[in-house]
Design a protein around this ligand. Structure first.
Ligand code: SF4
Ligand code: SF4
Length: 191
């Protein structure tokens, strides 16, 4: 199966499972997505403070050559919650499937965890100790939000949407909501 097919199948399953969430968990997911987007916005602002974009523009995006597995189910949830039109990746470009002629196809607050938290040596050199400490604390907060989302839905998302789709196709896990689909009713009652 191609990555394009996995993308389409995974996407459809997440949309369906998100719509089927009970009201309490749906509200919790929406609240977490808002937190995630806010923290990513703060990370982007911190990056701008050291003019990271200028360093990256000069480099041309060396670290964006292998992003195939960076986009996760959690990142897709941000598009669904914000009702933002999703981009079309190109899995046969040889580069990151989520890069276009003008750079990343995602705005900073939608970009995957791996992308927004990574700084190479060149950017790090531009960072004074205080902004670096702020940046690290924001990355920690973001990781906490991602872990909370995994706990809420009893699923693992960090390997990327394509890997989740492989597990889903193998019948090993739901795409999104492993609580209702995979735990026996008795364990659900005890929650
Ligand atoms: S983080 Fe570093 S490697 Fe990545 S695009 Fe920026 S300068 Fe290039
Ligand atoms: S998703 Fe965007 S930021 Fe991340 S590696 Fe791909 S192009 Fe770069």
């Amino acid at each position: 199966m191609t990555d394009d097919e996995k993308w389409r199948i995974g996407l459809a399953a997440v949309v369906e499972e998100f719509a089927a969430l009970d009201e309490a968990r749906r509200s919790a997911v929406v609240a977490l997505v808002h937190q995630i987007m806010a923290v990513k916005g703060e990370i982007a602002a911190c990056f701008s403070l050291v003019d990271g974009a200028a360093v990256c523009a000069q480099c041309g995006g060396e670290c964006c050559r292998a992003g195939r597995y960076h986009f996760t189910v959690i990142d897709l949830l941000a598009y669904l919650v914000a009702q933002q039109e999703l981009f079309t990746p190109s899995f046969d470009s040889g580069a990151c499937p989520f890069i276009g002629g003008a750079g990343c196809l995602m705005e900073p607050q939608f970009r995957p965890y791996n992308c927004v938290t990574f700084v190479c040596d060149r950017v790090e050199l531009e960072m004074a100790p205080d902004p670096r400490q702020d940046f690290n604390s924001l990355c920690d907060r973001l990781l906490t939000c991602y872990l909370e989302m995994e706990a809420l839905l009893a699923n693992r998302f960090r390997s990327g949407l394509l890997i989740n789709c492989e597990r889903y196709l193998d019948g090993k896990a739901a795409m999104l909501d492993a609580v209702d689909r995979f735990l026996p009713p008795r364990e659900l009652e005890e929650k």
